[in-house]
Design a protein around this ligand. Structure first.
Ligand SMILES: [Zn+2]
Length: 386
């Protein structure tokens, strides 16, 4: 048993001054103000001074890091081992194929020694093709809606697919959405060029989430609200937001938060395998070349000003937490709601994760006053220390 004390503790339902969290094995035993929590005798106490204690970030849209995509068990382990250094203690490896799911489950069984694999996010394969001129390889992995394939994927994942993207304008999408709901998967509108009416039809079929709001999605126009207008106003629908400050302008982020509140927006990275690697040109196995410059990844051969060309982020969740505080003006309570509690709630793991509360997993991150990750605990085990 051990206890961590700090000047600021974010649960994130509230911010506690002079807070303490007592950990017993894998779980949190007590949490609260130092005055109210009685630290058991023999418990090792660490006073962290002016540091910030917060629940570990939960990244529900994350493809990779350190040169690996979450496609092989070995890659998943390397990514998992890297993540606590970024303040992420749980993640949903985000992939598009049944074989990826088998590999992820193998890594989960064998253990990553790092962040917890809380489930799987399938971004593909049931998306509308992008049809980028001269780039057929970008769409090569896509499949038409297919209930049998959907079942095979969930079987390969041993029931662990929690979230799945769907191109809502593709024929058969509504049946697919109903199928996802039957299998316990949250259906998410992803990579779409369609309009508001089609979006609402999908909501009526059971659509409940949106993949990276604003990105690869039809934008708001005052006479054509499109999918962005639908997501911003539809209360059944939660959403993700890439909070790196580049994929979405801080003002557009502010608008989204004013419309939906921090309880319905999960802060994500959409992190690619280039996170943790230097700037340069990288080629993916499907032949798509990615240029990484100043942490931003773009497909080669596209004008920087055109949309649709960004290729995931290589910026990590701690960067996004700082961006939301420094560029959008969020409070600690708001930012850790978006980074931990809301994503846990969206994918249904909030009984054990997402906040510092008695009985929940001891997934705890120590941040400096200027929001640099100092240490990270996953289920009570210290997995990172600066
Ligand atoms: Zn993605």
């Amino acid at each position: 048993m051990f206890a961590l004390k700090a000047k600021t503790l974010v649960t994130p339902y509230r911010v506690i001054e002079d807070g303490v969290v007592v950990v017993d094995g894998e779980q949190i035993k007590y949490v609260g103000s130092s005055q109210n929590v009685c630290i058991p005798e023999g418990c090792e106490v660490t006073d962290l001074g002016d540091k910030i204690l917060a629940p570990g970030c939960i990244d529900i849209h994350h493809h990779g890091a350190v040169g690996c995509r979450a496609w092989t068990a070995e890659g998943v382990k390397k990514i998992g081992a890297f993540l606590p250094s970024t303040g992420c203690t749980s993640w949903l490896p985000t992939v598009n194929d049944a074989e990826h799911c088998r590999q992820i489950m193998q890594a989960k069984r064998e253990g990553t020694g790092g962040a917890d694999i809380a489930g799987i996010h399938m971004e593909g394969p049931f998306l509308a093709p992008k049809n980028l001129p001269g780039k057929p390889e970008v769409d090569a992995h896509l499949r038409k809606p297919d209930l049998k394939l959907l079942e095979q994927i969930q079987e390969a994942a041993e029931g662990n697919v929690l979230l799945m993207g769907v191109g809502i304008e593709v024929e058969g999408a509504l049946e697919l959405i109903r199928g996802m709901r039957r299998l316990g998967i949250v259906p998410s509108v992803a990579h779409t060029k369609t309009d508001y009416a089609t979006f609402m039809k999908a909501v009526d079929a059971g659509l409940r989430h949106a993949t990276h709001l604003y990105n690869v999605m039809t934008g708001l126009h005052h006479r054509r609200p499109n999918v962005v207008g639908g997501v911003l106003t539809c209360d059944e629908v939660t959403t993700e937001l890439i909070g790196d400050g580049f994929h979405v302008h801080p003002v557009a982020m502010d608008i989204a938060i004013r419309c939906k509140g921090v309880g319905k927006i999960a802060l994500i990275t959409d992190q690619s395998e280039l996170a943790g690697l230097p700037d340069g040109r990288y080629e993916r196995p499907n032949g798509v070349a990615i240029i990484k410059k100043d942490g931003i990844c773009r497909m080669e051969g596209f004008d920087e000003k055109t949309d649709n060309t960004m290729a995931g982020s290589s910026l990590t969740i701690d960067h996004n937490v700082r961006t939301m505080v420094n560029k959008v003006g969020l409070s600690l309570k708001e930012v850790f709601t978006m980074a931990a509690l809301t994503p846990a709630t969206i994918v249904g793991i909030n009984k054990t994760k997402g906040s510092l509360e008695p009985g929940k997993d001891a997934d705890i991150v120590v941040w400096s006053k200027d929001l640099v990750v100092e240490a990270a605990y996953v289920k009570g085990q210290k997995r990172y220390s600066r």
